[in-house]
Design a protein around this ligand. Sequence first.
Ligand SMILES: CC(C)(COP(=O)(O)OP(=O)(O)OC[C@H]1O[C@@H](n2cnc3c(N)ncnc32)[C@H](O)[C@@H]1OP(=O)(O)O)[C@@H](O)C(=O)NCCC(=O)NCCS
Length: 177
Amino acid sequence: MATLVPLSAIDSTLVEQLLDAAFGNDRHARTAYRMRLGVEPLDALSFAALDDEDYLAGSIQLWPVALTDPKGRAHPMLMVGPVAVMPGRQGEGFGKALMMASLGAVDAGFDHGAAPLPQVMIGDPNYYARWGFVSDHTGDWHCPGPFERHRLLVRSANPAVLPTHGMLGPWHSPLAN
Ligand SMILES: CC(C)(COP(=O)(O)OP(=O)(O)OC[C@H]1O[C@@H](n2cnc3c(N)ncnc32)[C@H](O)[C@@H]1OP(=O)(O)O)[C@@H](O)C(=O)NCCC(=O)NCCS
């Protein structure tokens, strides 16, 4: 069973090793990294999953990003990911536990905002649909690099107010730690 702790409590070298193992050493070139270039993960929403022997089994990070619409208005969002579970430990429930921890904190209003910010990610729609992530509203959203359109997903309590067009990028936000 997973024990969840704030990611900031874990040695960052161990987290980097986990991410290399899950995504490969070339992961920094991914578009997802460019979307949040220069911002730090949000401490209150980022977690580590430890196994029964307190070894690091998985991690999740959330970041402040924004979708900038064609009029130049920035719409703040939370970027989910990377979600990483150590190869060899996948399929044991760590990923689900991490997602529930972060999304639970978002839904509980971690930033004391009126409504949770929309959450965006590049990920497998078959896996992330269970939490309400869909590609339905992202058809005219752009990213700073190549991506597979069906993998650009958003979760929002009120999809009707999502901008229809825009470019995703880092947001130097007042939410920062
Ligand atoms: C994707 C990942 C985070 C899932 O974590 P995990 O701990 O292996 O998954 P869990 O054990 O929590 O969840 C297992 C459930 O998800 C399902 N599942 C796992 N990967 C899936 C996928 N790609 N598509 C659909 N369902 C998937 C399993 O069938 C299982 O379903 P069930 O609950 O109905 O039995 C993990 O496998 C991983 O790190 N993969 C490599 C990195 C990656 O691709 N990260 C995601 C992009 S940010």
